[in-house]
Design a protein around this ligand. Sequence first.
Ligand code: 13P
Ligand code: SF4
Length: 331
Amino acid sequence: MGSALSPAGARTGPIPLDLEEAILRLKAERDALILAHYYQESEVQDLADFVGDSLELARRGKESPKPVIAFCGVHFMAETAKILSPEKTVVVPDLEAGCSLADGCPAPLFAEWLKRYPGHTVVSYINCSAGVKALSDVIVTSSSAEVILRQIPDPVVFAPDRNLAAWLEKRLQRTFVVWPGTCVVHETFSERRILELLAAHPGARLIAHPECDEVVLRHASFVGSTSALLKHVVTSDHPAFVVATEEGILHQMKRAAPGKELIAAPPEDGCSCNTCPHMKRNTLEKLYLALRDLSPALEVPDALRLRAKRSIDRMLEMTAGLSLTPVGGRS
Ligand code: 13P
Ligand code: SF4
């Protein structure tokens, strides 16, 4: 054990020098499943049982027989796991790991806004709070939104990502009533700098997450969820890609497609905003503490949980045929 105390503050105590070994030992003792999103630090991804996109992580958490889930992602992802598995202890390394989309759509405001659109089906992106999920008819993720919306007639309210909404409207040739939220990471990619990069690497193609602005998406040869982008890099014949999503995904891309040239898309000059500050709050040290203390644990009051679960269950039912992408993680 080392003597240093955690800068995480209140959760203190001796921190083992070999954190990886200590986490794996605690994982076994707790009989825990470690889930990680692709935007986590590479050392966190490497310790996870499964690394995936939002839909895959929701499914894995629900299907796991383990009594404890250590969810290395942001709050809404861990909260979704708890909503689906109330009997499990779901811990997250840092409870403050939020999301600009979820934070920009508070449930009371959303409830007021929805009153203007009676008779609409409320379709919400999974990047939202349990309160917003409880006000929604169905939840979607970036990998399931198109499949689900094809099954839902107009009129539709779509929240809270206006860029994903615009991309879906274009794909489906439809118009939705849209809550005007954005992701702080994906909205800041610079079209100018991406075009400069593509000009400097004429063999490279742009691939992008649908949370990016339309000015970026229109230059992309492929648009998809994190898992879909990863799969595309592996299966495409193309040798080089500029990747417009959070840079954490490059870790799995490099592992899964070692021969390919992968370039992180640049944000505006001088900022490192292609890194999600929320996702990066989780560290190995905090994961160790979460498994050691079984804290911070997600709690969702039962009445809210049951209302939120309906819309998530509907997503899972409507996407039962979509296959998981078996890339990344330890299993
Ligand atoms: P995915 O579902 O594509 O992993 O997206 C989650 C997310 O937060 C993207 O910013
Ligand atoms: Fe939220 Fe954007 Fe971070 Fe994804 S990348 S978790 S949408 S802030």
